[in-house]
Ligand binder design. Structure first.
Ligand code: GRF
Length: 217
């Protein structure tokens, strides 16, 4: 079966991009990255793509008159790439309603919290300050509202009493690198269906376990 073609959009470090690059190396992985686009020049994610021989394009948003012009350029590169799925991986630009509608159900994002809790930025600090016992990460289809859309995969990560934001971020990032390739695989294998804005996954084991933090004595 033909592999699903991915375009990955980044703005920085690109560790989630790397997790997708690594997953795609496996012969039986059902997707391949055909293009990496960064809105910021010179970032580490571009080096990761180059090392994996993936074509890259920098579309520097600061050089465009407005968001519409930026998104027209972005759309042209995406269409040219032949990508069937756009993976936002630390892409720090909000996409307009128009853009998201054009690519409806063909854009996914990874966010470092258990959505719908803690949308937006500075999520780890906010989770610690709120005193929640668990945070985690979410891969979801993108809708016009920020950090909204049908949830494909989540991982739960406990918050420790002595956690600061960088420690929690690092623990969650490890799980991001697990669930992003997983979500892509599910989509590429046509195992996801969206009904009433919720994702059902074909042939997924329904976990009956639960997590408690702190563990009961
Ligand atoms: C990740 O934490 C991701 O969830 C968020 O931005 C960060 C990007 O990290 N959207 P990286 O560039 O993938 O290393």
């Amino acid at each position: 079966m033909a592999k699903l073609k991915l375009a990955v959009l980044i703005s920085g470090r690109g560790s989630n991009l790397q997790s997708l690059i690594d997953a795609c190396r496996a012969e039986d992985f059902p997707a391949e990255i055909v293009h990496v686009i960064s809105n910021v020049p010179g970032v580490m994610g571009l080096d990761r793509a180059a090392q994996a021989n993936i074509p890259t394009t920098v579309i520097n948003h600061t050089t465009f008159a407005d968001r519409t012009a930026f998104e027209i350029a972005l759309g042209e590169v995406l269409t040219q790439s032949g990508a069937g799925l756009i993976c936002l991986a630390g892409f720090m630009r909000l996409l307009s309603d128009t853009f998201v509608t054009i690519w409806h159900d063909r854009i996914i994002n990874i966010h470092p919290s258990l959505l719908p809790a803690f949308k937006g930025l500075d999520v780890h600090r906010r989770a610690i300050d709120a005193g929640v016992r668990f945070s985690g990460c979410t891969v979801h289809f993108v809708r016009p509202d920020m950090d909204c859309g049908p949830i494909i995969a989540q991982a739960v990560v406990p918050i420790h009493a002595d956690d600061d934001a960088p420690a929690l971020a690092a623990r969650i990032l490890e799980q991001e690198h697990v669930i992003y390739p997983l979500a892509v695989k599910l989509i590429a294998e046509n195992r996801t269906t969206i009904v009433n804005e919720c994702v059902t996954v074909e042939n997924s084991s329904s976990g009956k376990s639960f997590l408690v933090n702190p563990a009961p004595d």
